[in-house]
Design a binder for this molecule. Structure first.
Ligand code: IPM
Ligand code: MN
Length: 353
């Protein structure tokens, strides 16, 4: 199979992790007889420096000419002045919106080898295997806002339409059908009108999926249940903002934020694949980044955009074997213990492939 992948490495540790995922994809290509072309394009702070735009037209073009996007991370202190006219994050939001990637899949699983790094007792981690379906192109992130800079009022608006909730709810219920058949829908229907529309719409969509159990949970309670009964979740369906917050919390169960991959999908097979972690400017350039989230994102790319399930599973198995063999990046060692560099870790993954 031939495929073209746009690579938006971005800022901070972004280039360090995307380069490692490319090595893994290249190994997959040679092992299974595929041909992957990688087209790099600037995005985020680096694009602001070069073009004054976090996602210039040329980058959008590169993405349009590709089957999928592999993204590292964007942002950093250099571009985080609150009064700045352009922000790196705008580039990411623009790409999500431009390609209508409304469904963000964020799987969370635990690794027996890493349980000791999770601040929960091991018995709570048994059976944890969940996936977030986060709405990605609506809600608070994209509603009308006012930001007067130094004025004394600012606001953001949560707006959802029935159509927006329906399409992402279908993704969640379909995902549940091929898993443990349970959807937990998160909202604040006790306070927010948009949440009441959300709950009513999800309840209606559920009628098409009688084989799936639906549970509604308030967002504040959900933060607690993720700690007290994490194994009870299968698919968690949430708005853009709630999904952002809850998926960072849940990623801790996997041992480190650096472990978690994501896929952002629309109506077709085109997708954006990125780790859920940020650009971690404090550790950039030191070989301390954990490439697992990005490598597992590339496995999701193979699965969802290219339909290469065997290859995706091979990568996931290589990560399992790597962790089981004791290989650890800096984020998953207890203070003072030895760790290997980002590139050494990837070499272990490659040899396990
Ligand atoms: C994420 C990130 C982004 C988000 C930021 C960088 C805009 O936190 O992908 O979760 O809030 O969606
Ligand atoms: Mn986030």
């Amino acid at each position: 199979m031939k495929a073209t992948i746009a690579v938006l490495s971005g800022d901070g540790i972004g280039p360090e992790v995307t380069s490692q995922a490319i090595l893994v994809l290249q190994k997959i290509a040679s092992k299974y007889g595929h041909e992957f072309t990688f087209n790099e394009a600037p995005m985020g702070g680096i694009a602001i420096d070069q073009f004054g735009d976090a996602c210039p037209e040329s980058t959008v073009k590169t993405c349009e000419q590709s089957d999928a996007i592999l993204l590292g991370a964007v942002g950093g202190p250099k571009w985080s002045d609150p009064s700045a006219a352009v922000r790196p994050e705008q580039g990411l939001l623009k790409v999500r919106k431009h390609f209508e990637l409304f469904a963000n899949l964020r799987p969370v699983k635990t690794y027996a080898a890493l349980n000791q790094h999770v601040p929960l007792r091991p018995e709570f981690l048994e059976g944890v295997d969940m996936v977030f379906v986060r709405e990605l192109t609506g809600g608070l992130y994209f509603g009308p806002r006012q930001d007067q800079g130094d004025g004394d009022t600012a606001y953001d608006t949560e707006i959802y339409t029935v159509a927006e909730v329906e399409r992402v709810a279908h993704v969640a219920f379909r995902a549940a059908q091929s898993r443990r058949k349970k959807v937990t829908s998160v909202d604040k229907a006790n306070v927010m009108a948009s949440s009441r529309l959300w709950r009513r719409t999800v309840t209606k969509v559920h009628e098409d999926y009688p084989d799936v159990e639906l549970e509604h949970v308030l967002a504040d309670a959900c933060t607690m249940y993720l700690i007290t009964r994490p194994a009870s979740f299968d698919v968690i369906l949430a708005s853009n903002m709630f999904g952002d917050l809850l998926s960072d919390e849940a990623s801790v169960l996997g041992g480190s934020l650096g472990m978690s991959p994501s896929a952002s999908l629309g109506a077709g097979t085109f997708g954006l694949y990125e780790p859920i972690h940020g650009s971690a400017p404090d550790i950039a350039g030191q070989g301390k980044a954990n490439p697992t989230g990005t490598i597992l994102s590339s496995a999701m790319l193979l699965r969802y955009t290219l339909g290469l399930e065997t290859e995706a599973k091979a990568i996931e198995a290589a990560i399992d074997a790597t962790l089981a063999s004791g290989a650890r990046t800096a984020d998953i060692v207890t203070r003072g213990d030895a760790y290997i560099s980002t590139t050494e870790y990837t070499q272990t993954v490659l040899s396990n492939l």
